[in-house]
Ligand binder design. Structure first.
Ligand SMILES: [Zn+2]
Length: 151
C-alpha cells in the first residue's frame, strides 16, 4: 500500500484561471497560473508584516475585474508597485518591471484567492531581508519537508 498520494498537492497541476478579491470585495481580479509550479514567500520587512504569499505571472495573465477606483499604490520605485484596497487595506497584488523576473510582471497575493485549495503547493523562500532574493529565485527549489521525507 502506498501513501504517496498524501505527499501530493491537492491542487490539480496545470494552469487555470483563479479568482480573488480583497476582504471587502471592492477589488476583484482573475489570474491564470499553476500554483503547483511554485509560489514565493519573502522575509523582507514588507512581505513579513503583510504575510505576503505570492505567485509571479506575466501581466497578460492578470485581469483586474473591479476596484480600479479604490486601489492604492505603495511603490518605492518603478520596480515594484504594491496595490492595496483603500477601503479594507488588503494588499491584493503588485506589478512592476524587474530584469530578474523577465521584465514586466504581476505578483498575485495567494491569500486573496477565493477559490483555490493551495495545500501542498511548493513555496520558494526568498531572502529579501538581505536583498539576495534574486539569487534564490533562480536556484532550484528544495522543499525542506519533502526533502526530509525522502531522507
Ligand atoms: Zn477591500
Amino acid at each position: 500500500m502506498s501513501n504517496a498520494a498524501s505527499a501530493q498537492t491537492t491542487t490539480t497541476p496545470g494552469p487555470r484561471t483563479h479568482r480573488g478579491s480583497c476582504a471587502c470585495r471592492a477589488v476583484r481580479f482573475e489570474a491564470d497560473f499553476d500554483p503547483s509550479a511554485g509560489t514565493t514567500q519573502c522575509n523582507c520587512t514588507i512581505c513579513t508584516k503583510t504575510r505576503w504569499w505570492g505567485v509571479i505571472v506575466k501581466p497578460s495573465a492578470f485581469r483586474l475585474v473591479a476596484g480600479e477606483d479604490v486601489l492604492g499604490d505603495h511603490s518605492r520605485s518603478e520596480a515594484g508597485h504594491a496595490r492595496f484596497c483603500k477601503t479594507c487595506g488588503i494588499r491584493v497584488f503588485g506589478h512592476g518591471n524587474l530584469p530578474e523576473l523577465g521584465g514586466e510582471y504581476c505578483s498575485v497575493n495567494l491569500n486573496c484567492l477565493d477559490d483555490a485549495d493551495l495545500s501542498g503547493v511548493p513555496v520558494m523562500y526568498l531572502d529579501g531581508l538581505h536583498n539576495t532574493w534574486e539569487q534564490l529565485a533562480v536556484a532550484p527549489y528544495v522543499d525542506p519537508v519533502t526533502a526530509a521525507m525522502r531522507a
